[in-house]
Design a protein around this ligand. Structure first.
Ligand SMILES: NC(=O)c1ccc[n+]([C@@H]2O[C@H](COP(=O)([O-])OP(=O)(O)OC[C@H]3O[C@@H](n4cnc5c(N)ncnc54)[C@H](O)[C@@H]3O)[C@@H](O)[C@H]2O)c1
Length: 441
C-alpha cells in the first residue's frame, strides 16, 4: 500500500530528486513537467541531469522500473493527489527589479484547477517573502473555488540542495517548513519526515521564505567579501590564498573562497528576491553591493587574460583563449548564469577568439562546447580556468605547453600551483595572486 499519492510539478535539478526520493520511500509519485523530452527520458528510467550527481541516475532507474515514479506533461494526476509539490524555476528580472513568476503562476493555476479537497500544496521553489500568502494562495483559491486553511492546506518548504549533492542535501540537511496555518505546517512536517533525516523546523510561511533567501544572500555577501580581498591582494602583491588560510586561523573568522564569478540559478537572484519582499520600503545596500562585486568577476578574468596576452606582445584581435569550464559549479552540468559565458562575451568584444571546454556540458543552440581537452587547448594563446572540475586539477602541464601557441594560464579557481606553472614556463595570472611571468619569459 502506497503512503499516498504525491505530485511533483517541475522535474528540474530539485524536482527530480524530490520526486525520486518520495517514490523510493513508498509514495505513488507523478512528476509533471512541460518539457516533453525530459518527461520521455524520465519514463525511460534515465535522469536528464548530467555531471557527477551521486546515486541519482540509479535511483531514477529504480523508481521508474518499479512503477513508483511516472512522469507526465499533463496535470490529470493532480486530481487524486494527497500532496502536490511545486518546484519550478523562479528567476529575477534585474532590469525591471521584480521576480519572473511566469512558471510559478502557470504551475499554480494548473494545480488549482485540478486539486481535490483535503490536499496539501507545498511550494519548494525559492520565492520572495510574502509570495505564498499574497500570490500562490489567492491563485489556488480562485482556480479551485476552495478556501485555503478550510478546504486545502498550503505550506512552503524551501530547498537547500545544490548540484553535485542533490540527494545528499535533500536527505541530510535540516530545513524549515512553513505553513499558512498550524495544520498546514504540521502536515507538511509529517510529510518531509518520510525523506529528511535532518531536523525540520516548523515556522510560518513568510518566515520560511525569508530564511531561504537570507541563506543565499549571506553566502553571496561572504563570496563578495572574499572577492574584494582577492582584488586588494592582487594590487598589494600578496597571495590571497595564503592570506585567507592565515586569517581563518583567527577565532570566528571563516573567509570564503574568491573566484571567477558566482553563477547558478540561485545565488545571483535570491538576494533580489529577499529585497523584493520589503516592497521598496527598505533598499538594501550591503547585499546590493555584494551582487555588483560578484557580477564584476568575469570582467576581471577578462582583464587578466587581456593583460597577459599584451605582456607577450600579442595583438588581442585574433588571439585565441580557451575557457575551461562552462558549468558554474565544479563537476556539474548546470550552466545557468555561467561566469564562463560572460567571460566569453567580454573577450569576444576585444576581438579575441574563444573556445569553450567542459567535460560535463554539451553544446546548445547558443554555444559550442568541446569535450576533447587536447582539441580545445591546441593552438591557444591563453587557457583560462573558470570552473574547478576535477579533470582540471590533473592537467599535464608539459603536454599542455606543447599544445598551446603561447604558454599563458589564468586561474580563476585556485586549481593550479603557481610555482609549478612558472617553473614549467607558463606566464601565470590568477584571481587574488601577484602576476608571475614564465622563468624564461
Ligand atoms: N538548483 C538548485 O540547486 C536549487 C537549490 C535550492 C532551491 N532551488 C530553487 O528551486 C526552484 C527550482 O530550481 P531548479 O534548479 O530545479 O530549476 P529547473 O529549471 O532545473 O527546474 C524547473 C523545472 O520546472 C519546469 N516547469 C516550468 N514551468 C512549468 C509548469 N508550468 N509546469 C510544469 N513544469 C514546469 C521546467 O521545465 C523545469 O524542468 C527554484 O525556485 C530555485 O531557486 C534550486
Amino acid at each position: 500500500m502506497a503512503l499516498g499519492k504525491l505530485c511533483v510539478v517541475g522535474l528540474g535539478y530539485v524536482g527530480l530528486p524530490v520526486a525520486a526520493k518520495f517514490a523510493e520511500v513508498g509514495f505513488n509519485v507523478a512528476g509533471i513537467d512541460i518539457v516533453k523530452n525530459k518527461v520521455t527520458l524520465i519514463n525511460e528510467g534515465k535522469s536528464p541531469i548530467e555531471g557527477n550527481e551521486p546515486d541519482l541516475a540509479e535511483l531514477v532507474a529504480k523508481v521508474v522500473s518499479d512503477g513508483s515514479l511516472r512522469a507526465f506533461t499533463s496535470y490529470e494526476s493532480v486530481k487524486d493527489a494527497d500532496f502536490v509539490i511545486i518546484v519550478v524555476e523562479t528567476p529575477f528580472d534585474n532590469g525591471a527589479h521584480k521576480p519572473i513568476y511566469g512558471a510559478l503562476i502557470s504551475a499554480t493555476k494548473s494545480v488549482g484547477q485540478h486539486i481535490k479537497k483535503g490536499v496539501l500544496v507545498i511550494i519548494e521553489s525559492t520565492v520572495a517573502p510574502g509570495t505564498v500568502k499574497n500570490i500562490v494562495q489567492p491563485l489556488l483559491e480562485s482556480e479551485s473555488g476552495m478556501v485555503a486553511g478550510t478546504d486545502f492546506m498550503l505550506a512552503t518548504a524551501p530547498e537547500r540542495v545544490m548540484p553535485g549533492k542533490l540527494l545528499h542535501n535533500l536527505v541530510h540537511m535540516d530545513r524549515v517548513v512553513g505553513g499558512i496555518d498550524e495544520a498546514s505546517t504540521s502536515k507538511a512536517v509529517e510529510l518531509y519526515k518520510h525523506i529528511v533525516k535532518g531536523h525540520l523546523y516548523p515556522v510560518d510561511s513568510t518566515t520560511a521564505e525569508v530564511v531561504k533567501t537570507v541563506e543565499n544572500a549571506y553566502r553571496d555577501v561572504q563570496i563578495a567579501f572574499a572577492n574584494e580581498i582577492a582584488l586588494l591582494c592582487e594590487n598589494i602583491g600578496v597571495d590571497v590564498w595564503q592570506v585567507r588560510d592565515l586569517v581563518n586561523r583567527a577565532p570566528s573568522r571563516n573567509m570564503h573562497l574568491p573566484g571567477a564569478g558566482v553563477g547558478g540559478h540561485c545565488l545571483p537572484k535570491d538576494s533580489w528576491l529577499l529585497a523584493f519582499g520589503a516592497k521598496g520600503k527598505y533598499k538594501p545596500k550591503l547585499i546590493s553591493l555584494a551582487r555588483d562585486i560578484n557580477d564584476a568577476m568575469p570582467a576581471h578574468m577578462s582583464d587578466l587574460c587581456e593583460e597577459a596576452l599584451q605582456s607577450h606582445n600579442l595583438r588581442l584581435h585574433g588571439s585565441n583563449v580557451t575557457i575551461l569550464g562552462v558549468a558554474y559549479l565544479e563537476n556539474s552540468d548546470d550552466t545557468r548564469n555561467s561566469p564562463a559565458l560572460i567571460l566569453k562575451q567580454n573577450l569576444e568584444v576585444l576581438g579575441i577568439n574563444t573556445t569553450l571546454h567542459d567535460p560535463h556540458v554539451k553544446s546548445t543552440d547558443t554555444f559550442r562546447v568541446l569535450s576533447d581537452f587536447e582539441e580545445a587547448v591546441e593552438n591557444s594563446d591563453c587557457v583560462a580556468i573558470v570552473t574547478a572540475h576535477d579533470e582540471y586539477r590533473k592537467i599535464d602541464l608539459d603536454r599542455l605547453k606543447g599544445l598551446m601557441r603561447t604558454p599563458i594560464l589564468v586561474d580563476g579557481r585556485n586549481v593550479l600551483d603557481p610555482d609549478e606553472c612558472s617553473h614549467k614556463g607558463f606566464s601565470f595570472r590568477a584571481i587574488g595572486r601577484p602576476i608571475r611571468n614564465a622563468r624564461n619569459h
